[in-house]
Design a protein around this ligand. Sequence first.
Ligand SMILES: NC(=O)c1ccc[n+]([C@@H]2O[C@H](COP(=O)([O-])OP(=O)(O)OC[C@H]3O[C@@H](n4cnc5c(N)ncnc54)[C@H](OP(=O)(O)O)[C@@H]3O)[C@@H](O)[C@H]2O)c1
Length: 172
Amino acid sequence: MSFDVVVAADSDWGIGKHNALPWPRLKGDLQHFKRVTTDAPLGKRNAIVMGRRTWESKEVAGKPLPNRLNVVVTRRGVQGVDGMVSASSLDAALEAAKGSAGIFVVGGADLFRASFMHPELRWVYLTRVEGDFACDTQIPNLDQMFEREPWAGEGTFEDNGVAYRIEKMQRR
Ligand SMILES: NC(=O)c1ccc[n+]([C@@H]2O[C@H](COP(=O)([O-])OP(=O)(O)OC[C@H]3O[C@@H](n4cnc5c(N)ncnc54)[C@H](OP(=O)(O)O)[C@@H]3O)[C@@H](O)[C@H]2O)c1
């Protein structure tokens, strides 16, 4: 089953710092994330797949994001909670999420890297955050692998003094 990626990166392809998002709260981007990962046909729900460090990050803090099946990828294991299942690899996570309306890999860098190489990857929803936020976690330059796919949801926005552009991309 195919899956999509949802990622936000700064001008240097940084995505995180000290196990948190490095930029001030971007309300419009959080709404975009929620909408894309939650919207599903009536009576169905989507799955989000994340690495163990993202599960423990400041924004998720070990609480499943609501109305989505949360699949946490870990080799060493993680304590289970309601609304979350764990898997030992990206492929095992995709298998665990089979039957969901849509599957979205939502980070962090380890899982993104595995996803960008994966044959079942369909789209990358990329938020380009303007500026360099001195991140300690990075993804590869996506412009070398993917190209913009015109999409009604794309646009340029600003929150908390930070400009960002939301795009949908597909493999070149
Ligand atoms: N900007 C964004 O869009 C975005 C999105 C999400 C997260 N982030 C940020 O990214 C940072 C966290 O990312 P990260 O790269 O450090 O960690 P991560 O990818 O979230 O988690 C890494 C852990 O996940 C497990 N894992 C990852 N890939 C695996 C694989 N292929 N097979 C089995 N297990 C796998 C391992 O867990 P075990 O060690 O338990 O075995 C690994 O140590 C934070 O700063 C977070 O805020 C940013």
